[in-house]
Each structure stands twice: as C-alpha cells, then as structure tokens.
Design a protein around this ligand. Structure first.
Ligand SMILES: Nc1nc2c(c(=O)[nH]1)N[C@H]1C(S)=C(S)[C@@H](COP(=O)(O)O)O[C@H]1N2
Ligand SMILES: [Mo]
Length: 416
C-alpha cells in the first residue's frame, strides 16, 4: 500500500469533497514518528498489578473538571464543570461528572447509612444498603442537568468554552431500585401526594417531588456506569429523577417523607425558580427543555488542522423524551443541515450528533438546534428572553453560537 487515506470510509455516505481526507501520503523524507525507535518500544512496560484501579494516560492530564473561581465564594458550596469538549459518545466517565455541592462532599460509611420512609405511609420503614440490594433493580441511562446550566449566558455571551457554558451536565448508566417498589413496600396512604427527599450531607438538602413522578420513573440508585457511585455523586445512594432538574436528584439520600402538599423549602422557592419581568416567578419548572451544544469545534477545542475535512460534533438532550433530530448551521442560521445522530437513543438521555463538512477556511457561525420526540424545537436566546425576560438564571436552553475565524479559533458570541 502506498498511501493511507480515509477515502474508503468517507465514500460510505459522507458528503465530503474528493481528495485526501485525513490521511497523508507517505513522504520521501521519512516521518521520525515512524522511523525512530520509540522509548516504549525499547523496554518492558509496567506489569498487570502496577495500576489496580486504572487512570487515563498521562497525556490526557488536561481532561479534568474545572470550576470558575469567581462564580462562588467557597468551593464547599459551588460547582465545577464536565469537560464536554474532550468527550465523545454519550456516557460521561465517572471521574469527569461535574459536581454541585451545597455543603461539600459527604463521606458516608455505607454500613452506617440508612434510607428511611416516613410520613403518610401505612408502615414507616428503614433500609440498610443490604436491604436495598434485595429489591429487583434496573439499569437506565439518564442525563442530569443542573437548572443553572448556561445560567451565566442569559444576558449575552459570557464564558469561553462549552465546558463552562454547558458543562453542568452528565450522562450516566444508573443501577438502582425503582422508587415505586420501596414506596409500595411502605404503603403510601391515599392522602400521600408529595414526597420530600432529604440528603445526609451537612446541607441536608431537601426537595418536594410530586407522587406521580415518584411512582413513575425515579430510581434509588447505588451504581453509576457499573461501579459504586462516587462520593461526589452521592455514595452510597442517590435519587435519580429522570429528565428533571439536577437539584431534585438528592445525593447521599437518607430520608423520604410522604406528605399531602409540597414543603416549599429553600431550593424550590428562593432558588431554582425563574423571576419574570412582571415580578412574578415561575416555580416547579422541573422538566428540562430540549437543548443542544456543539462541543467541537468550540473555544477550548479550536480547529488546528486547517482547511479540508472537518468533523463537527455535539450533544443534545430533552427531559421529555428522545432526540430524533438535530440541525446544524455554519452560517449563523441562514441555512440549516440535518446532523447525523450516532449512538444509542435512550429516553431522557444525552444524544450524540455529527456534521461532517469540507471547510474552505472561511469564518463560521456555528449553532445546533435540537428537536425532541414531542416535536418541541430548541428556541433562540431572543425567543426565550421575549417570554422569560432578562432576570432569569435557571432553565436557559437557548441556542448557542460559536464564531470560528480563519485560524480555526472559536469564540462564544451571540447573534440572536
Ligand atoms: N444532598 C445533596 N444532594 C444534591 C445536592 C447537594 O448539595 N446535596 N446538589 C444538587 C444539585 S443543585 C445538583 S445540580 C445535583 C448535582 O449532581 P452531581 O454533583 O452528581 O453533578 O445534585 C443535587 N443533589
Ligand atoms: Mo443544581
């Protein structure tokens, strides 16, 4: 074989111009990366027990959660962000799931942990972790998005990178017991219409959840992506509230109280509500609206290869179902193109899209627009502000724009 090209692959349905795609002709002046005897070829590597719990390559050390220091006064009540621009597919690796704590990470000893059900039930119950393991369990992939994700972008373009504008999201396969089974075991009384979930952290975070949702698809989860929950994500047990704002997914879950009305606690009154222009606030806006973002290229992930074949990719999700379609524009919304969805399409889960093009080196205005399985289409930021005003922080699902210049550098801008 005299040349290595990707043409064969590209012919299979990707509309990219003729010529060499990503491969290179093998040159007369040999590439030292081919001809040099590399250090890793000259010695034996570490043996099997050198890394009893594996870590990424040292060359991936930049792929980490990051925070924005000026956002919060103290890291114990703060947030960091998933490095979306470094990931592909739909699953967020456990060590990269963004963290949001109100009182830091609770380091819970599972042997000393209990989950209690009390309130308007026939039989108040308490479960050890071992008790929970004796209920039938299920596996489901769901995104968790903090309602404050993209909150800094309401008034205009602010943070330079999709990690910071959209990184308060992760998408994980959970193993857990349907909450319905535990509530049935306790026997919810007919006046039991609401559920209060409480965490075992120092914040004792609490949220009211309507009983219909609790009995529908919530999980009491103890595994993420196959292994125990990480302490950051609520070890040993957290509530999974599919499609609903992240704040309700109580971590270090210790108590579930059944009541006849919502508790109106801090996180559902002064926080996680949307102040409108007329001075009234929207509350109980639990479902996360359909949203998407292009993760590559983006400000932290510029185009470094020059003109020619360019892979644009990103993620989309909806709290109301699946994402059958994402459109991508490269000219700021004058023309839209259907992106190619790839990977599993689960209910209330992240979806992955690609749009391959032949980049001529001219500036781009990149946007993506998600449509969910209910037919709802992601709005522009202008459309959102028209309805919700300028005061909002939470629930910003507006279309994001990246401006890419001739050098391939990308910047957070707003054009609509
Ligand atoms: N007990 C407890 N649960 C909690 C929180 C908390 O501070 N304490 N933060 C909530 C918020 S605001 C969000 S967005 C999610 C974040 O989950 P993560 O840390 O796994 O990303 O957890 C929620 N559950
Ligand atoms: Mo949150």
């Amino acid at each position: 074989m005299t040349r290595t090209t990707r043409r064969g692959v590209l012919k299979v349905g990707l509309a990219v111009g003729a010529g060499l795609a990503g491969g290179r002709v093998i040159a007369q002046d040999a590439d030292p990366a081919i001809t040099n005897l590399q250090p890793w070829m000259q010695q034996l590597g570490e043996g099997v027990d050198a890394r009893p719990y594996g870590h990424p390559s040292e060359y991936e050390a930049h792929v980490v959660r990051r925070n924005v220091e000026w956002l919060t006064a103290d890291p114990v009540s703060s947030v960091n962000f998933t490095p979306l621009h470094e990931l592909d597919g739909i699953i967020t690796p456990n060590g990269l799931c963004f963290e949001r704590h109100h009182s830091g990470i609770a380091e819970v000893d599972p042997a000393e942990h209990r989950v209690m059900i009390n309130g308007l039930v026939e039989t108040p119950l308490v479960f050890t972790m071992a008790d929970l393991m004796r209920f039938p369990r299920v596996n489901r992939v769901h995104f968790l998005e903090c309602a404050a994700n993209s909150g800094m972008e309401w008034a205009g373009a602010q943070l330079n990178g999709c990690q910071f504008t959209h990184g308060m999201i992760h998408n994980v396969q959970y193993t857990g017991v349907p909450l319905r089974l535990l509530l049935e075991e306790a026997g919810v009384r007919t006046d039991g219409k609401w559920l209060l979930a409480e965490g075992a952290d120092a914040a004792a975070m609490t949220r009211s959840i309507p009983m219909e949702k609790a009995l529908d698809d919530c999980l009491v989860a103890f595994k993420m992506n196959g292994e125990a929950l990480r302490p950051e994500q609520g070890y040993p047990v957290r509530l999974v509230v599919p499609g609903w704002e992240g704040n309700m997914w109580v971590k270090w879950l210790r108590r579930l109280e059944v009541g006849d009305q919502p508790w109106e606690h801090r996180e559902e009154t002064s926080k996680y509500t949307d102040l409108l222009d007329n001075g009234k606030a929207r509350k109980f806006t639990w479902e996360m609206d359909a949203k998407s973002v292009i993760t590559n290229p983006s400000p932290q992930a510029p185009i470094t290869h020059g003109k020619g074949p360019l892979v644009i990719t990103g993620i989309a999700w909806s709290g109301r179902g699946t994402i059958p379609r994402v459109d991508v524009t490269t000219d700021g919304g004058m023309t839209w193109n259907a992106a190619r969805m790839s990977g599993p399409s689960f209910n209330k889960s992240m979806h992955r899209f690609y749009y391959e093009m032949d980049w001529d080196g001219s500036p781009l205005l990149l946007q993506s627009r998600a449509m969910d399985s209910t037919g709802y289409v992601q709005p522009t930021k202008d459309m959102l502000r028209k309805v919700r005003g300028e005061n909002s922080i939470y629930h910003n699902n507006g279309i994001q724009t990246w401006s890419v210049n001739e050098n391939g550098e990308a910047e957070n801008v707003e054009i609509s």
